[in-house]
Design a protein around this ligand. Structure first.
Ligand SMILES: C[S@@+](CC[C@H](N)C(=O)[O-])C[C@H]1O[C@@H](n2cnc3c(N)ncnc32)[C@H](O)[C@@H]1O
Length: 281
């Protein structure tokens, strides 16, 4: 019902007001779930899940990719950038052992609050932080720019890092800077799995042919966005730009990249393109 209301007001209410209303609905949802005892342990209220894109089950798929494609072990130190409401953290609680450690940060306070409340008390080796980074879609009042944010961890801390559906909300300077930060906080030999909407000759052609699952604007330099008003709502970025930025950050890319179906590609690996970076040992 909340979602259909949101859809109905979309054309007439400015996006910033809609974000505020969504935040209020989230808060109401949290209160309602608590009052009615409706939420399952280990799964956030539906309002919070929808606020980070829905499809809770995707977490299990990605845990498999972390293990099979990146060799994640149960005793490793893991960073989840843009952890949302723990879609990846919750399945990871079943996999990481007591010798393993998980750190996540996100820019939406309600996301971090839920993770801290629901996960950390039972799994104290899972910690969550809030970062007040500006993003027109997720945190329009944020005070720090993404391309100036220093991850709050020491150099060479993590064996493995991941960003699922996060680079798809960053602008190019933020993407380049986050790759530098990943290169800094990964240990030598560390791996990073990240999802993107990558612009290639193939995805550009599919978009031009109207096959893309999102309506995307014409290319503007190295990106295409869904909305010019709120570019961070959905960003596709040139693969060459990402490869160059990774190289400057001291990271290599595992080839072949596993391309996704977001642009209408068939067959595809996942919805978004999956890229694995490595920091040389
Ligand atoms: C589509 S959601 C994905 C959340 C989570 N990674 C997942 O897979 O469920 C995008 C997330 O990126 C976060 N985000 C946006 N900009 C960010 C930034 N600059 N740094 C860290 N997180 C960011 C948002 O707050 C949101 O939780």
């Amino acid at each position: 019902m909340m979602r259909s209301l949101t859809t109905a007001v979309r054309p007439i209410v400015p996006r910033s007001l809609r974000r505020g209303a969504r935040d209020l609905l989230n808060r109401f949802g949290i209160w309602w779930d608590r009052a009615t005892g409706r939420s399952e342990p280990g799964q956030p209220p539906e309002e919070l899940i929808q606020g980070t894109g829905g499809a809770w089950w995707v977490g299990d798929n990605y845990l498999r990719h972390f293990r099979e494609l990146c060799g994640l072990r149960a005793d490793e130190t893991v960073l989840d950038v843009g952890c949302g409401v723990g879609r990846m953290a919750v399945p990871l609680t079943e996999y990481l052992g007591p010798a393993g450690r998980y750190e996540g940060f996100d820019i939406v306070p309600a996301n971090v609050r839920w993770c801290r409340r629901a996960i950390t008390p039972r799994w104290p080796n899972f910690r969550f932080r809030h970062a007040d980074i500006f993003n027109r879609e997720y945190n329009p009042l944020g005070r720090v720019r993404e391309h100036q944010y220093r991850f709050p961890y020491a150099d060479h801390t993590f064996d493995f890092a991941f960003l699922t559906s996060v680079f798809t909300h960053l602008m190019p300077p933020g993407t380049a800077h986050y790759l530098v930060e990943l290169g800094r906080v990964l240990k030598p030999g560390g791996r990073c799995l990240a999802t993107f909407n990558l612009l290639t000759d193939e995805s550009d052609a599919l978009i031009e042919a109207g096959k893309c699952k999102h309506v995307m604007q014409p290319r503007d330099g190295v990106i295409r966005v869904h909305s010019r008003e709120v570019p961070e709502a959905c960003v596709a970025i040139d693969e060459g730009f990402v490869a160059e930025a990774a190289e400057k950050a001291g990271l290599t890319i595992d080839r072949p990249i596993r391309y996704g179906s977001w642009c209408g590609r068939e067959p595809a690996f996942e919805f978004q393109d999956v890229v694995i970076f490595r920091k040389p040992a």
